[in-house]
Structures are given as C-alpha cells and as structure tokens.
Design a binder for this molecule. Sequence first.
Ligand SMILES: NC(=O)c1ccc[n+]([C@@H]2O[C@H](COP(=O)([O-])OP(=O)(O)OC[C@H]3O[C@@H](n4cnc5c(N)ncnc54)[C@H](O)[C@@H]3O)[C@@H](O)[C@H]2O)c1
Length: 325
Amino acid sequence: MIQKVELPSTMEGKTVLVAGAAGFVPSYVSEFYLNLGAKVIGLDNFITGSRSNIELLSKYDLFEFHECNIYESMPDFSQTKIDYIFSLASPASPIDFKEIPLEIMRVNSEGTMHLLELAKEKKARFLEASTSEVYGDPEIHPQREEYVGCVNPIGPRSCYDEAKRFAEAMTMAYHRRYGVDTRIIRIFNTYGPRMRPDDGRVIPNFINQAMSGSDVTVYGDGSQTRSFCYVTDLVNAIHNVMFSKEHTPFNCGNADEYTILETAETVMKFLNSDSKIVYKGLPEDDPKRRRPNMDKLQSVSDYAPQVSFEEGIKRTAEYFKSMQK
Ligand SMILES: NC(=O)c1ccc[n+]([C@@H]2O[C@H](COP(=O)([O-])OP(=O)(O)OC[C@H]3O[C@@H](n4cnc5c(N)ncnc54)[C@H](O)[C@@H]3O)[C@@H](O)[C@H]2O)c1
C-alpha cells in the first residue's frame, strides 16, 4: 500500500539543487521552488539550455548558478547544505539524438552518478527525470509503470532511451545499496513557453509552421498518438512525486490522447491558421501509441492537470511570437 503525499507548506530554509537549470522544464522547477522560499542552486553547461532562463532565475536573491558539465566535474559543495536534488540535465529532443548521442549517454550515466554521489554524501533526497521513452514502442496501452518496455537497443533513439533506462537502474542501485532516498519520474511529452522553437519536437514544430502559414509536416499517416502535458502541470506532478514516499517510478503527464493528425488540425484551429498539412515518411522506431496511465500518482495525491490543450497551445504560441519581436 503506497502512502499519501504530504506537501510542505513552505520550502524556506531548504536548499534545492537543479541540474539542467537553464533548460525548459528545469527552469520552471527552479522557479517553483524559489517561489516556495527555497534556495536553489542551478547547474548547466548550456548544451541545449538557454542563458535567458538563467537571467530570469537570477532575479531571485536565493538563486545561485554554476556553469559546469556535470559528467566532467561538479562544483565544490563540501561546505554547502543540500536537501533535495533534481536530476533534470539531459538533452531530450529527437534532433539531439543524432547530433549529440554520446553527450546524452554520458550525462544520464556519469552525470547522474555524480548527482547520486552528492545525494549520498549530503543525505539529500534525489529525483531522477526519466521518460516515457523507457517504454519504447509500447505493446500495452496506456502505459502503466509496471510495463518494462519494448526498446530497440541499437536504434537511432537508443542513445536516449537506453541512457534513461540506465539512469533508472543506477538510481535504484543507489537506493538499494546505500539507502539513498530516491524518486523516479517518467515524463510524457511536455510543452510550453521556453521550449526552443527549433528543437524538433512536435508541438513547437506545429505551432511555428501554423503561425508562419507554411506547410504543417505530419510524419507517417498521422495515426500515431501522443499525450501532451503543459509544463506547469508537469511541475506540479514532479513536486507531488518528490514528496511521495515511493521509490519506484511514477508516470508524469496528462492522459488526454491525440493522434498526430488531430494534434496538427487542433493546433491549426486554435491559431486560426490556413496552413496545409503535408505528409513525410515516419522516422525509424517512432512509437505508435503514447499515453500515460496516471492511476499511481493520482492514487497518492490530488494531482490533476489544470491547463487545457487550447490554453497551453495559445500560451506557447504567444511565447514564440514574442521571441520574433
Ligand atoms: N520535455 C519533455 O517532454 C520531456 C519528456 C521526457 C523527459 N524529459 C526529461 O526532463 C529533463 C528536462 O528536459 P527538457 O525538455 O527541459 O530539456 P532541455 O534540453 O530544455 O533541458 C535540459 C538541460 O540540461 C542541460 N544539460 C545537458 N547536459 C548537461 C551536462 N552534461 N551538464 C550540465 N547541464 C547539462 C542542458 O543545457 C539543458 O539546459 C531531461 O532530463 C529530459 O530527458 C523531458
């Protein structure tokens, strides 16, 4: 029987370390804990993150930043108290899989190990950001946490999928071997402002194509499905998992499922776009269906997504528009 989540009313006096703080999701996680009164220490080497996110976080007095590659060397934290560690540093877009596969594998293995060592030394609670990609091209639907996945270990996505599976395995090993207080989340497609407009993921692609009136590119026949979570809803899920009592993985996302064709049409409708849909070949190992079963997190917490798809798409489109000014 899993125990219920008890959320803290404040994080004042606590120190939270966020690896990957300049990135899309991690910048929201950092902001969330700064707003709860915590001191936040951010680490990033800017391989896919943005300096503007660090400028934004630097407006908070309790934010401290170290530029570093976490698989090469960590800052000296010998005199620093750390209570919570979020292991969020990893490129996550399919365009990165082709360009920086070894960096992805190293940050999720050696980088994660450095963070786990720090958690062990500081007796900090540690959360690993894994991914729905650990399920690969799933044979069961929707995906429950017990499902062990169907991943091609040598395919073009394997640098990411297998690295995250390794990161999960190492997190459980530190928990079992050293008693580190660990948590694991499996994030399903998340979108929102601060994504890179050109990062190759489906929502930024569709929004930018729809806004500019150029062709909207659907890969395959568009019948493959995805579930999309707005970023602030994801942060709420992450917070609930960090304060759960459970060490095994939680799916984190939004269970509403759309075909890719529906997604393209919906984005075009929300943005009043008269773009045309064009079809291109499906990439190798592209998962056919993706939808989280959210029962586990919902059975221990009040987590429920708050931001509708329409609202989320409009906010993200506004952000991309503001970047063009
Ligand atoms: N966004 C999603 O839909 C999604 C889905 C599943 C999992 N995730 C996971 O969530 C986390 C954040 O993803 P995101 O979408 O915000 O990606 P992102 O690329 O915007 O953020 C990752 C950050 O990590 C930094 N980083 C990468 N390697 C590093 C290294 N060696 N040393 C220091 N910093 C490093 C990058 O510069 C970047 O700022 C990742 O672990 C990702 O795998 C995200």
